[in-house]
Design a protein around this ligand. Structure first.
Ligand SMILES: *Cc1c(COP(=O)(O)O)cnc(C)c1O
Length: 227
């Protein structure tokens, strides 16, 4: 089932790219494996999938330790500062950087260890209550502050759109994240070139791809519902 689902999602991404004249190689499919077993992950791995995303630090580190080392892991869940040390250096990218204090912690840890951590700024585009992320108008200032931190590299923006049954309802959210990215790039902030847009989940990844997503985070459509 997982293999079939994975192929279906990939095909949907290709079709969405064709509709808007994008090259499918611009879109990275992150298989969101939170709360799913290592066996489930290995099923996707065994048919060639290598890029997975997790939300919870302990689950992430266990899976990193136990699963093949050529898997590329992404952190997409809320990250507390005291857990940065378990994540930075082990993932390709931290998508969910939602405060300057967290960025500072990642920077300091990365400098101490001698590597650079790639991050995205999480944006609460819909300005929903109880949701993590910067307000859109805060992102430019954050980018300026981060530009001085040599232990991190800010390469784009991430958002979690509201849960909807009709994905069209989120099109404007994705378009706003895209436009925000373009606006900030126009400011030519030193060391900040934002090319990545992490947006779109099971309910709306097709629309997100049409609106410029470079990274879609798909769990349920690949692994089935989570308990
Ligand atoms: C769980 C999760 C996803 C995947 O959600 P699905 O609806 O299962 O595709 C994507 N992004 C984030 C931040 C998540 O927490």
């Amino acid at each position: 089932m997982i293999t079939k689902n994975l192929n279906q999602v990939k095909e949907n991404i290709i079709k969405a790219c064709e509709r808007v004249g994008r090259d499918p190689s611009e879109v990275t499919l992150l298989a969101v494996s939170k709360k799913k077993s290592k066996e489930d992950i290995m099923e996707a791995y065994n048919v060639g999938h290598r890029i997975f995303a997790e939300n919870y630090v302990q689950e992430l580190t266990e899976k990193i330790d136990d699963l093949p080392s050529d898997i590329e892991w992404h952190m997409i869940g809320h990250l507390q500062r005291n857990k940065v040390k378990y994540v930075a250096g082990k993932v390709a990218m931290i998508h969910s950087v939602d405060s300057l204090r967290l960025a500072n912690e990642i920077n300091e840890f990365s400098l101490k260890k001698g590597f650079v951590t790639e991050i995205l700024a999480e944006v609460n585009v819909g300005e929903e209550q109880n949701k993590f992320g910067f307000a859109p108008e805060e992102v430019e200032e954050f980018a300026v502050q981060v530009s001085e931190m040599s232990g991190i590299r800010l390469t784009g923006l991430m958002t979690s759109a509201p849960y909807v049954t009709n994905p069209e309802e989120n099109r404007l959210i994705f378009r706003k994240l895209h436009d925000l990215c373009v606006d900030i790039n126009k400011k030519s902030i030193d060391n900040v070139i934002m090319k990545k847009l992490s947006m779109g989940m099971t309910a709306d990844y097709v629309v997100a791809v049409e609106e410029g997503a470079t990274h879609v985070r798909v769990g349920t459509a690949i692994f089935g519902t989570r308990s």
